[in-house]
Design a protein around this ligand. Structure first.
Ligand SMILES: [Zn+2]
Length: 247
């Protein structure tokens, strides 16, 4: 844990703690958020999703997940041992945008081919993970945004870990735009076979910095370790390794 020489929380005066690579840090004493590079207060919206499960309820969620679905071994819930269970508040940027792609292309699936033009217009709350968290599937995480409240460190459990952002707001906007453009290009392939012209205009309405509760679980079944990731706000499995039921 590094402590920036000259950075103190401008709200409570405590030294701002952060790890190498982190660019935005939240004070663990008062919940105030600081931009590390400048030492200035973070002026944009900072939100929090609440975790709804205590340690015991998380165990129930894990066992329920193990019992559900026909792909899993029948004795998975009974024979598994939970090795680790960590509640982590992961940092995200939620970028609200209106995206409009205008295109011109050739539709070659009919004879003779025709020139087509058109528009793809969509609105997104695009999620950008603010960490290099290995193995977290941000695209598969349907973040339950309805429940978000202003960030409040008093609502964070003492045993939980809060991770800081490793990317700036501008970088998050850049990644969101890049990913949306790529998605629209993918969608275009259903409309035309050859793209002649394409232009995507992205209007950013808002970018919210958000901490969301995620349970990282490690369990052991028949001598092997597996991982399960649960959404602490909605109780859903985000990703889970399932042992092969062949054994
Ligand atoms: Zn503080």
């Amino acid at each position: 844990m590094a402590v920036a020489q000259n950075i103190r929380c401008s709200h409570c005066g405590a030294p701002v703690e952060f790890k190498p690579g982190e660019l935005i840090a939240t004070c663990k004493y008062c919940g105030f958020t600081t931009v590390i590079e400048t030492g200035a207060p973070f002026n944009f919206e900072h939100s929090l999703l609440l975790n709804k499960f205590d340690q015991n309820q998380a165990d129930t969620l894990i066992r329920d997940w193990m019992r559900s679905g026909f792909m899993k071994p029948g004795d998975l819930a009974k024979k598994s041992k939970i090795l680790e269970k960590n509640l982590v508040y992961l940092p995200f940027w939620v970028v609200s945008v209106e995206a409009k792609t205008t295109y011109k292309g050739v539709f070659e699936r009919i004879t003779p081919p025709i020139v087509k033009d058109g528009k793809i217009e969509k609105e997104y709350n695009w999620l950008v993970l603010a960490r290099e968290a290995a193995g977290f599937p941000a695209r598969e995480y349907d973040v339950p945004l309805e429940g978000k409240i202003p960030f409040d460190f008093r609502k964070i459990e003492g045993f939980a870990k809060v991770l800081n952002s490793e990317i700036t707001r501008d970088e998050a906007l850049f990644f969101a735009k890049q990913q949306i453009e790529a998605l629209h290009r993918f969608l275009l392939k259903q409309e035309v076979d050859k793209i002649v012209e394409v232009y995507t205009d992205i209007n950013v309405k808002q970018a919210v910095y958000l901490h969301a509760p995620v349970w990282f679980v490690k369990y052991k079944y028949k001598g092997q370790a597996y991982q399960l990731i649960l959404d602490g706000a909605a109780g859903m499995a985000i990703k889970g390794d399932i042992p092969s039921s062949k054994f």
